[in-house]
Design a protein around this ligand. Structure first.
Ligand code: SF4
Length: 227
């Protein structure tokens, strides 16, 4: 715990029934992200804030101690949770407290993901656009290379995972989504969630795809989710 006592987390959702399939979980939001996606839904988590404004990891553990037998797991989300150097120690603590560990990631740190894989029970993997076009979204060169390396690591592990893509009308045309889907199918991705983009108030943005196009995607995956 000592190397975690100075860690500050960006937020805690005490209960979710939808973010870790089949499980009741809490969500721990970790601060910071190396990318600057133009449509980021968590801009307050992109940068690391001053320690005073955040919760401590000790407070998270105190909360989790009250949830034994009530929650199945903890999801690390962000920001990009793999940016946090102590992520492996955090996952070990969560397991030691008796909970499963899930991760939401965009795959910016393949080496850290590889190190963490043995501790993960489920991953929600965010894919933004075809891998060759990532920089237009993240504003960071080579980000698509890192994301693709991370997804390949995940595919070659035995960790259950879902690939999810946010369908933003200004950043992912129907043609680009089709390209992306072909890449995922070639890699053997079986579970794919297409997420309608929302504004910061939570309302759907206008300009979603033709329903007949969405229907062509459904049979391409073992499990296709529209949310
Ligand atoms: S990777 Fe996620 S958290 Fe980071 S900037 Fe992009 S949308 Fe926001």
């Amino acid at each position: 715990m000592s190397n975690l006592s100075s860690l500050r987390v960006g937020g805690l959702v005490p209960l979710t029934m939808i973010d870790f399939p089949g499980h009741l979980a809490a969500v721990v939001f970790l601060q910071g992200c190396p990318w600057q996606c133009l449509y980021c839904q968590n801009p307050h988590l992109q940068k690391e804030k001053s320690a005073e404004s955040l919760s401590s990891w000790e407070e998270v553990e105190t909360f989790l101690a009250t949830r034994k037998g009530k929650l199945d797991g903890v999801i690390f989300s962000g920001g990009e949770p793999l940016l946090t150097p102590q992520i492996r120690a955090l996952a070990e603590r969560v397991h030691a407290l008796g909970f499963l560990v899930a991760l939401h990631t965009g795959g910016a740190f393949p080496e850290r993901l590889l190190d963490l894989l043995p501790l993960l029970n489920w991953v929600g993997f965010d894919v933004k656009v075809p891998f060759s076009e990532y920089a237009a979204i993240t504003q960071v060169p080579n980000s698509g290379l890192l994301a693709e390396q991370s997804l390949d690591l995940l595919i070659n592990s035995n960790i259950p995972f879902e690939v999810r893509t946010t369908a933003h009308p200004n950043f992912l045309s129907q043609e680009k989504l089709w390209m992306l889907v072909q890449e995922l199918i070639q890699k053997g991705v079986e579970i794919f969630a297409l997420q309608r983009a929302r504004d910061l108030k939570g309302d759907y943005l206008p300009g979603f795809y033709d329903p007949s196009f969405v229907d062509t995607l459904r049979p391409l995956f073992k499990h296709f989710i529209l949310r």
